[in-house]
Design a protein around this ligand. Structure first.
Ligand code: NAI
Ligand code: UGA
Length: 512
């Protein structure tokens, strides 16, 4: 591809940017464009009036550190949120498509392929109502060649005076750090048609980003490479997590510590230290969806070995969540029936209220199936979201109603619980008064640290039995057996069992 800078002036004049889809990507991305380009009018549009109402209120639909301040500064000045799709399309020179592309739940490709119906409906709407030339930017994560489908729809339906250029401009922001990522991205990727009109469109979009991002971080390439790069970037990131999580199982079986192994491995500059944090399993709306999409593409291209390779990343993640959930039951003497368990954190990671594909949902569902009573606490997830997620995954709203309590305070969730299960790495969990919590729990009192964020030594000193990922903790019962036999109120006849390594097999309940 030719150097775009030489072909088009750096001051290409974009005055109106529109975005269809006011979700986790569309909202924050446009807020940052509005902040950095005060002379551009940015309109974000969604078909969901509730969501738009929230964007226009004091309580935004998306929690992201730093987002509120930017929206407050720009909203009503050069940043607008609306349900008026037609006006947004007609008024914008550059139009981002930032709608959801979930995994298909029906028909051909069910459970694997991306459902592109929202992208297609936006393309049809643009073709129907657009006036004048537009640069249509595919911001949603899509399978390779989707830009071609968008271009075909636009071409087949366009009014004869309109010209469209379709660009791929995938988003790499991570939730919880979206604003930081948007302000200071590792790279901006723009794929476009290899033609004079394509180069011009690429340069025009680049000119917007160049207002705050150094030119050498803006990478341009052909559309298909750009689309595939997004799926591959997510697959690589998720693959690292599954790799370290697979190693965590080896550590638990051998006495090695996965944190130490990750440190040693990550010091190799060819490997690097990031994304090597073993955990209860990755969540979020995209890793699993995008890998399954990649798997589907490979299967469609008759590349079964490649498909199998990537599918294993998801299989290990499922295994990790399952392993952790089973371990909780094993350690609690193979029965959690009727026991209160505190689920600490429900979001898929800290600093977001997003629960999509959160490991907490899986762990909670497993414990509910075993008859546990759950007390859920998350600083940013609303009670009705917890209920909705658990209803969806269990399919048993009665059980959820009877066995789940959503608490607004971590101490309240912990009170009377046999175990604390850390599912999200919220900072606040590191500074709780664990001695106070311990005092209010039946003994032995367990902590299952699915995020490896707590001070395990301190917890064992207080008297907790601590289980974590990829590391054996020397527990109270191993050094002071009396601590558990003297414990109050467990009612499970725990005396004599030292830790879950000593518990009876996973499928047998302890004979009481
Ligand atoms: N969530 C994330 O952190 C990231 C997501 N992505 C990708 O970005 C895309 C969007 O993701 P999210 O923002 O998380 O999705 P989201 O579900 O939060 O938001 C999508 C929005 O699009 C709206 N929408 C759907 N069809 C529409 C139509 N025809 N007209 C108007 N509005 C419509 C929906 O009502 C919804 O509010 C996906 O393809 C995702 O894979 C990429 C990078 C990061
Ligand atoms: O396409 C997307 O949606 C985005 O997906 C991820 O971002 P996100 O899912 O928001 O968050 P991550 O920080 O990647 O975390 C994903 C999951 O992996 C877990 N994780 C992450 C890192 C790690 O070392 N270990 C680990 O278990 C997190 O707790 C979380 O559950 C990518 O990091 C973004 O670059 C990408 O744009």
């Amino acid at each position: 591809m030719q150097a775009t800078v030489s072909l088009f002036p750096a001051d290409a004049m974009v005055t109106r940017v529109g975005c269809i889809g006011a979700g986790y990507v569309g909202g924050p991305t446009c807020a940052v464009i509005a902040l950095k380009c005060p002379d551009i009018r940015v309109t974000v549009c969604d078909m969901n009036p509730t969501r738009i109402g929230q964007w226009n209120s004091d309580k935004l639909p998306v929690f992201e550190p730093g987002l509120d301040e930017i929206v407050q500064k720009c909203r009503g000045v050069n940043l607008f949120f609306t349900t008026d799709v037609v006006a947004t399309i007609q008024e914008s020179e550059v139009l981002f498509i930032s709608v959801n592309t979930p995994t298909k739940t029906y028909g051909h490709g069910k459970g694997r392929a991306a459902n592109l119906k929202y992208v297609e409906s936006v393309a049809r709407e643009i073709a129907k109502v657009a006036r004048g030339n537009k640069i249509v930017v595919e911001k949603s994560t899509v399978p390779v060649k989707s830009a071609q489908s968008i271009a075909d729809i636009l071409k087949a339906n366009r009014n004869s005076q309109n010209k469209f250029q379709v660009l791929s401009n995938p988003e790499f922001l991570a939730e919880g750090t979206a604003i930081e990522d948007l302000l200071n991205p590792d790279r901006i990727l723009i794929g476009g048609e290899d033609s004079p009109d394509g180069w011009k469109a690429i340069e025009t979009l680049s000119s917007v980003y160049k207002r705050w991002i150094p030119a050498d971080r803006i990478i341009t390439m052909n559309t298909w490479s750009s689309e595939l790069s997004k799926l591959v970037a997510n697959a690589f990131l998720a693959q690292r997590i599954s790799a370290i999580n697979a190693v965590s199982a080896v550590c638990e079986a051998t006495g090695a510590d996965v944190g130490q192994v990750a440190l040693a491995v990550g010091k190799d500059s060819r490997i690097g230290p990031r994304f090597l944090q073993a955990s209860v399993g990755f969540g979020g709306s995209c890793f699993q969806k995008d890998i399954l999409n990649l798997v589907y593409i490979c299967e469609s291209l008759n590349l079964p070995e490649v498909a199998e390779f990537w599918l294993n990343v998801v299989s290990i993640n499922d295994y990790q969540k399952q392993r952790f959930a089973k371990r909780i039951v094993n350690c609690l003497f193979n029965t959690v029936s009727g026991k209160r368990i505190a689920i600490m954190g429900f979001a898929f990671k800290k600093n977001t209220g997003d629960t999509r594909e959160s490991a907490a949902i899986y762990v909670s569902a497993h414990l509910l199936e075993e008859g546990a009573r759950l007390a859920v606490y998350d600083p940013k997830v609303e009670a009705d979201q917890v209920t909705r997620d658990l209803n969806n995954v269990t399919g048993t709203p009665d059980v959820v109603r009877d066995q789940v309590e959503v608490c607004s305070d971590p101490y309240e969730a912990a009170r009377g619980a046999h175990a604390l299960v850390i599912c999200t790495e919220w900072d606040v969990f590191q500074t709780l008064d664990y001695a106070r919590i311990f005092a209010g729990m039946p003994k032995p009192a367990y902590v299952f640290d699915g995020r490896k964020i707590l001070d395990h030594e301190k917890l064992t000193k207080i008297g907790f039995e601590v289980e974590t990922i990829g590391k054996r903790v020397r527990n109270v019962s191993q050094s002071h057996p009396a601590a558990i036999t003297n414990g109050a109120g467990s009612g499970d006849g725990a005396a004599g069992l030292n830790s879950c390594e000593d518990a009876t097999g996973p499928d047998s309940e302890m004979t009481l």
